[in-house]
Structure formats: C-alpha cells, structure tokens
Ligand binder design. Structure first.
Ligand code: B1M
Length: 212
C-alpha cells in the first residue's frame, strides 16, 4: 500500500484526526484520486475498526474517535468526490433512521448524490418517521433516502414507509434504503423502491428511479 494511504489508514485506526486531516491533502497533492483515498484509506480502515470491535479489541470510545478521524478525512475529500458540476437533477431527503446514530455512510451517500447533481436535504441521525413525513411535506423531494447500520433499527425503515403511506405521501416519492445490514430482499419486503450497498450504487439507483 502507498505510504500516505498507510498513514491515513493508521491515523483512522488510532483515532488521530489531526494526522488524517494533514495526510489527506498530502495524498491529494501527491496525485492520489479521492476515490482511492476513500476506498483504500478511509473505508478500509473503518472496516478494520469494525473487526476489532467485533473481536473485543476495540470498544465504543475507540470506535467513536476513529469515526471522528474518518469524518475529518471525508470532509477534505468532499470537493473531489462532489465535483461533477451537474446541477439539480432531483431533490433527496436523507437521514439515518430512528434509534441509529451512525452517520458516516449516510454522509458519504449524501455527498455522492450532491456530486451527481442532486439537491440533498440532510435530516441527520435518529430521524423519527414523523420527521420524514414533515420533511416530505415541506421540501417535496423526489426521493426519500434512509440509512441504517444496526439490525435493530432496520425495522424503523418500514415504519417510515408506512408513515408516508398513512400521510398519503407514499406515491409522491421514491424510497431508497441502504446501510451494512440492508439487503435487496429486505428492501423489497418493506416496500422500498430500491437499495444500494454503497454510495456509488446509491447514486445509480437514485438516477434510475427518477427516469422510471
Ligand atoms: Co457502531 N456498530 N455501534 N458505532 N459501528 C457497527 C454498525 C457494528 C457492525 C460493529 C460490529 O459489531 N462489528 C455493530 C452493529 C451490529 C448489528 O447491528 N448487527 C455496531 C454496534 C453494535 C454499535 C452499538 C450498539 C455499540 C454499543 O453501544 N454497544 C452503538 C449503537 C449506537 C446507535 O446507533 N444507537 C454503536 C455506536 C457507534 C459509534 C457512535 C461509536 C460509531 C458511529 C459514529 C458515527 O457514525 N458518527 C460506530 C461505528 C463507527 C461503527 C463501525 C465501526 C463503522 C461504521 C462506519 O461508519 N463505516 C461499524 C462496523 C462496520 O461497519 N464495519 C459499526 C464506514 C461507512 C462508510 O460505511 O456506514 O456501512 P457504512 O456505509 C456504507 C454502506 O453501508 C452504504 O454506503 C456507505 C458507503 O459505501 N450505505 C448506504 C450506508 N447508508 C446508505 C444509504 C443508502 C445507500 C447506501 O441509500 C439511502
């Protein structure tokens, strides 16, 4: 692995946000693509953090400082990831569902959608069904995008779809879902229009739903 990428990877594992914030611009200046830095540096390190947590070698505080370091790197990559310059192809309301505080994947999906020309309204984390309903009424998006990282919060995606239906808004929007535990089968089961296992696919699915 490239030396700078290795350093970014280690910076995330150590939760050293200052090192990451210093190394990401260096990697960009050295000509590494934002995509490569994201996949081989940031995302690879975060997967290792997950593995260490699962093995009982990392605890929540370590996960948290690693997540902060990742967010610091992600912020610096944003201009490079979101540089297609295409203007508003559609509007998306995005959030992490109720009970779930994981926002790195959701933020990444939001950034990539912005890069693809979508207007993105980010509701944050722990978003209750009513808040999605209110946001759809207020912003009239084309797409509602939901993220969940916990198996225990996945059912809350279905609750949002049901709340949209109860409010008479389901037919006005397409719904896409994603996050590590989400499968296509689950998406079909709860009545979502699409799902994606990563941020690039989320953009493709969102685009395809606008023309369908
Ligand atoms: Co938590 N956590 N966490 N965590 N955490 C996981 C998810 C876990 C898999 C770790 C593990 O056990 N290996 C596990 C879930 C187990 C399960 O449910 N099966 C877990 C757990 C158990 C918990 C707590 C319950 C721990 C505890 O308190 N005992 C707790 C829950 C808190 C809560 O939410 N209520 C908790 C807390 C936390 C922190 C707050 C410390 C921190 C989050 C900080 C933050 O987000 N600001 C954290 C972290 C960092 C993780 C791991 C290590 C990394 C997640 C991440 O950011 N990945 C994670 C382990 C892992 O995933 N390997 C873990 C990087 C990110 C780019 O990937 O989010 O998967 P991801 O997003 C991807 C795709 O999933 C997809 O695209 C993204 C880019 O490719 N995607 C979408 C995501 N959303 C999408 C939406 C789309 C489409 C695609 O369309 C709308």
């Amino acid at each position: 692995m490239d030396k700078i990428l290795e350093s970014i990877y280690k910076g995330i594992l150590d939760g050293d946000q200052h090192l990451v914030a210093q190394q990401v611009p260096e990697a960009l200046n050295a000509g590494l693509s934002p995509d490569l830095i994201l996949k081989d540096g940031l995302i690879a390190a975060m997967s290792e953090v997950g593995r260490l947590f699962e093995n009982g070698e990392y605890y929540v505080p370590e996960m948290l400082i690693s997540a902060r370091a990742m967010q610091a790197g992600l912020k610096l990559l944003k201009p490079g990831l979101a540089d297609t310059g295409v203007k508003a192809v559609g509007r998306v309301v995005i959030g992490t569902v109720s009970g779930d505080l994981h926002d790195i994947g959701k933020n990444l999906v939001g950034m990539m959608l912005e890069g693809a020309g979508f207007e993105v309204i980010d509701l944050g984390t722990d978003v209750k069904p009513d808040a999605y309903v209110n946001a759809v009424r207020e912003h009239r998006p084309d797409i509602v995008a939901m993220s969940a990282l916990l198996t225990t919060t996945m059912p809350n995606m279905e609750a949002v779809i049901q709340a949209l239906a109860a409010a008479g808004l389901r037919k006005q929007v397409k719904v896409i879902i994603g996050g590590a535990p989400v499968t296509e089968e689950f998406a079909r089961k709860i009545g979502a229009d699409g799902s994606a296992y990563d941020a690039s696919l989320a953009v493709k699915v969102a685009r395809s739903l606008l023309v369908s």
